[in-house]
Every structure is written in structure tokens, then in C-alpha cells.
Design a protein around this ligand. Structure first.
Ligand code: ITT
Length: 224
């Protein structure tokens, strides 16, 4: 059993397509560290959540990065959704010449066991702007490992899986999905106009989940 530690049932709905009965929502509002890259927030969240859940966990830290605002709200998307609101984010973006944006996510896995490499998670959010060639961006979002020494000297390794998708901020359309989906258009449709399957096929979370599901299947059978 794998716990998806989140207060957001929309994230879990999207994950079940990749992880079937394997995944259950664990509704725990883990304390989010203040950091401007998703990887750091997700990694620390996974460690805290693992300690609370006591078994294998994933957490997903995601955000909407608007190019005209130098990536804002990014890691602060949840706060901005609750305070400014989705509709007003669209109205703030409307006068700008550039409406391009990206959704990004980092899924962090922790089960208390050890993994290998330990690259810096600070690279997760960087160099993924629209306009770069996709191959370079895909390289940047390749799976990374991270392992940090805790204060007591015990290591709690976390494995990170990243995904992003480019799009445009548009007037709200559609009533599916969650969060900023109604104002995020990709290939002529907003994410709120897509079924869960259609969104997963192109979305940041779908890409990260596909990488995680492949690795996790190998880990289950000891072939990763
Ligand atoms: P948990 O932290 O409990 O998982 P959350 O919704 O607060 O739930 P985040 O901290 O990762 O999740 O915040 C993500 C924010 O970005 C939140 O405002 C979401 O609405 C938005 N967001 C992330 N992925 C999205 C998606 O696929 N579609 C629409 N909005 C998304």
C-alpha cells in the first residue's frame, strides 16, 4: 500500500490512473518548508509524511509558473489560489503581452529505505522555461535522487520525479479538474475542458506519475 499524502483529492484522482488500487489518499497537511523550488518542499514533505504514515509515501508539490511574472506564483500557487483566486490571476495576466505559463510538479517518494545517488534538488525548477527545446527540458526533468543528512545523523533518502507542461493563461473555461485548470490552455483546450485521462496524457503530473509508476513497479519486483 502506497499513501499519497495530500489534502487535494484532485491529485489522487489523477494518480489512480497510473497506480490503480496501489494508492490511497492520506489526508495530512504536512508542514511545507518555505523554499522557492518545488523539489525542496516535496522532499522535506515526504520525510515528514513518512514519519507520520509509517509506510511508503508520495507527496506532490506543484505550481503554476507565469512567464510574465517571472514564474510567480510558482511554489506559492496554493496560497495565491486561496487569497487572490483563479479568476483574478487571469485578470492580472490579461494586460500582459505574454500569456505563456507552465505547470510543474515534483513527486517525492520515501519509504525509509535507501537509494543511490544524491543530486541537488535545487535544480528542479530551473531552466524549464517555454522557448527552450523540449529535449533539453526533458533532460532537465529526468528523475533525480536526493539524500540529506538529518540533525541526528540518520539519513532519510527521497526520490524525486518531475514533470512540466507549457500552456497559456486564458479566460476561464470548463468545469473539470481543479485549481488553476480553467485558466490553463494547452493545445486549444483548458485543462478544465479535458477528462482526467486527456489531462494526464499531457500534464505535468501525468508525466511525473508515469516516471514514478515505472520506477515503482521495478522497485516492487526488485528490478529498479
Ligand atoms: P497538498 O499540498 O495537500 O498536496 P495543494 O492543493 O495545496 O495540496 P500544492 O501545495 O502542491 O497542493 O499547491 C499546488 C497549487 O497549484 C494549488 O493551488 C493547485 O490548485 C495548483 N495546481 C497544482 N497542480 C495543478 C493542476 O494539475 N491543475 C490545476 N491547478 C494545479
Amino acid at each position: 500500500m502506497l499513501h499519497f499524502v495530500t489534502t487535494n483529492p484532485g491529485k489522487v484522482r489523477e494518480a489512480t490512473e497510473y497506480l490503480d488500487d496501489e494508492v490511497r489518499q492520506f489526508d495530512f497537511d504536512y508542514p511545507e518548508v518555505q523554499a522557492d523550488d518545488l523539489g525542496t518542499v516535496a522532499a522535506q514533505g515526504a520525510r515528514d509524511a513518512y514519519r507520520t504514515a509509517g509506510g511508503p509515501v508520495i507527496v506532490d508539490d506543484a505550481g503554476l509558473f507565469i512567464d510574465a511574472f517571472d514564474g510567480f506564483p510558482g511554489p506559492y500557487s496554493s496560497y495565491v489560489e486561496d487569497t487572490v483566486g483563479v479568476e483574478r490571476v487571469w485578470r492580472m495576466t490579461k494586460p500582459e503581452a505574454d500569456h505563456s505559463a507552465a505547470f510543474k510538479t515534483v513527486i517525492a517518494y520515501c519509504d525509509g529505505e535507501s537509494f543511490d545517488a544524491t543530486p541537488d534538488p535545487g535544480g528542479v525548477d530551473r531552466g524549464e522555461r517555454r522557448g527552450q527545446d523540449l529535449a533539453a527540458a526533458e533532460r532537465d526533468t529526468a528523475t533525480t535522487d536526493e539524500q540529506v543528512r538529518e540533525g541526528d545523523g540518520e539519513s532519510v533518502p527521497v526520490k524525486l520525479f518531475e514533470g512540466w507542461v507549457p500552456g497559456d493563461i486564458v479566460a476561464p473555461r470548463g468545469d473539470g479538474g481543479f485549481g488553476f485548470d480553467p485558466i490553463f490552455e494547452h493545445d486549444g483546450r483548458t485543462f478544465a475542458e479535458m477528462s482526467t485521462e486527456a489531462k494526464n496524457a499531457v500534464s505535468h503530473r501525468g508525466r511525473a506519475l508515469a516516471k514514478f509508476a515505472e520506477w515503482y513497479a521495478g522497485r516492487d519486483t526488485g528490478t529498479e
